[in-house]
Ligand binder design. Structure first.
Ligand code: BES
Ligand code: MN
Ligand code: ZN
Length: 494
């Protein structure tokens, strides 16, 4: 999708479709419809009184050959109540226009910019690119072939602030990376093996000028990553530890941010095997890892002055004659011993060793993203990511970044009183804490390996995947978390 500013008078733009939005209530001058030429605005009251143009969120009203403008179609998208309008809603309204028009075969459109504030421009660009995504690359007849080729931001001739061009570029970089994450998550596990995930990370690193190091089974064992290896040993697919670094000259020595992403390319549950219903969804169990790779792609392009290292422990979790078993006791890289009570609680094991290694590499702040528990989706649904951590200052920074990025996140507690739930009678820790408070005990188990280093955990098991289509978004992988972490790193570098 080509994205560019246009500064002709709106009446003269000869795009296939001009798009305006209207808030709920009387449409005239209420929203960007107020910027349309008078003749064109004159068409609206009649439609409004006929009940066709209400401004309700995501309502689409299409007018062919509208009076007063050169564009062959005018699309008016409802933006809902003015009081509830936000950047997040703006992204969705833009996205609705993109998905609605491309379904009609339109390939170029002009979006009327309400204001050319940098954040507005960024949100519009993100909304357009995120909506123009479909997880259908294995369909012979792809929706994706009905794409928008050209997306114009129409200023109507109003002067652009100098930062507007950068904002367009920033929105494009971020949304393309989020779509890259979605592509990785969507890939089925017969293709997306640990080896392919590492190859994708390497290709991204080469493309963007980052350093990527990939460790294999011998190196993982040599580092004494007993917890990661316990999970990996049951699979025929060789495990990979992916490390992508961005250490720009001249950035402050500290912080060094470690981004650790769960990279289970398929989670059968192992010997504690999962029921077959919905097991196919476990191809997405590397979404945390994919999120961190998306963030690194942005970092490489936006070049914030901050040191960042992403680590993705990647393996399948399989049952086999070599698989780890309930009752096994393993020794993690940190030296802590772990009694395995359920081989399906594998995420916390691979993350624990990756966090230990991140500290060894010099990370001074740790953030992990993981499809860690079904329990978090029971608590927060598909809508909101669970946020955990002992260091309230860092949790607050993440929550603040999430608000700005328009991703819903909510803090759940960590508390010493939960600790006894994952005590083992024969080892330092047990790898499950039972069903009650499952998202909390899983998070705290991971946090045991962060130790005193500030750490925030994002449980994206619910938010990684959209179960239903929205007017502005395809069903499928969401890339949730990428924008929040980019916002956080940007804030830290400022
Ligand atoms: N990958 C799953 C969590 C998950 C569930 C992700 C649903 C996405 C959707 C994780 O490895 C897992 O199996 N967790 C168990 C933990 C339990 C055995 C303590 C769970 O949530 O049931
Ligand atoms: Mn599991
Ligand atoms: Zn898992």
């Amino acid at each position: 999708m080509k994205i560019e500013f246009r500064d002709e008078p709106l009446a003269q733009l000869a795009s296939s479709a001009l798009v305006a939005f209207a808030f709920e209530g009387s449409p005239a001058s209420n929203g960007t419809v107020g910027r349309l030429p008078a003749d064109t605005q004159g068409l609206l009251p009649e439609m409004h009184s006929a009940g066709e143009l209400t401004g309700k969120a995501f309502e689409c009203t299409l007018i062919h050959l509208p009076a007063g403008i050169a564009a062959s179609k005018l699309l008016i998208v409802g933006a809902g109540k003015r009081e509830k309008f936000s950047e997040r809603q703006l992204r969705h309204v833009v996205g609705t226009a993109v998905r609605n028009l491309r379904a009609r075969g339109v390939r170029d459109l002009a979006w009327i910019l309400g204001e050319a504030e940098p954040r507005t421009v960024q949100a519009v660009v993100e909304g357009a690119l995120l909506a123009d995504y479909d997880a259908d690359r294995y369909r012979t007849e792809r929706n994706g072939e009905k794409r928008i080729d050209r997306f114009e931001l129409a200023t109507g001739g109003e002067a652009l602030p100098s930062e507007a061009k950068d904002a367009l570029e920033r929105g494009r970089i971020i949304a393309e990376a989020q779509n890259f994450t979605r592509d990785l998550v969507n890939e089925p596990s017969n293709r997306m093996t640990p080896t392919l995930l590492a190859a994708c990370a390497e290709a991204m690193a080469v493309r963007c000028g980052l350093v990527c190091q990939v460790l294999g089974p011998a190196e993982i064992q040599a580092l004494k990553m007993g917890a990661f290896w316990a999970v990996a040993q049951g699979s025929e697919e060789p495990a990979r530890l992916i490390v992508v670094s961005y250490l720009p000259d001249g950035a402050p020595e500290q912080p060094v941010v470690g981004l650790v992403g769960k990279g289970i390319t398929f989670d059968t549950g192992g010997i504690s095997i999962k029921p077959s219903e919905n097991m196919h969804e476990m191809k997405t169990d590397m979404a945390g890892g994919a999120t961190m790779l998306g963030v690194m792609q942005v970092v490489a392009q936006l070049k914030p002055r901050i040191r960042v290292i992403a680590l993705v422990p990647a393996t399948e979790n399989m049952p086999s004659g070599k698989a780890y078993k309930p009752g096994d006791v393993i020794t993690s890289m940190s030296g802590k011993t772990i009694e395995i009570l359920n081989t399906d609680a594998e995420g916390r094991l691979v993350l624990g060793d990756a966090l230990t290694y991140a500290k060894q590499l010099g990370c001074t702040v740790l953030i992990d993203a993981a499809t860690l528990t079904g329990a978090v989706a029971i608590a927060l649904g598909n809508i909101t990511t669970g946020v955990f951590g002992w260091n309230q200052d860092w949790v607050n920074r993440v929550l603040a970044a999430a608000r700005v990025a328009g991703e819903k996140m909510w803090q759940l507690p960590v508390d010493d009183d939960y600790r006894e739930l994952y005590k083992s009678t024969i080892a330092d820790l047990a790898n499950t804490g039972g069903r009650h408070g499952g998202a909390i005990t899983a998070a705290m188990f991971v946090g045991e390996f962060a130790g005193d280093t500030p750490w925030v955990h994002l449980d994206i098991a619910g938010t990684r995947w959209a179960n239903e289509e929205k007017p502005y978004r395809a069903k499928g992988p969401t890339g949730h978390g990428v924008r929040t972490l980019v916002e956080l790193l940007t804030n830290l570098s400022a």
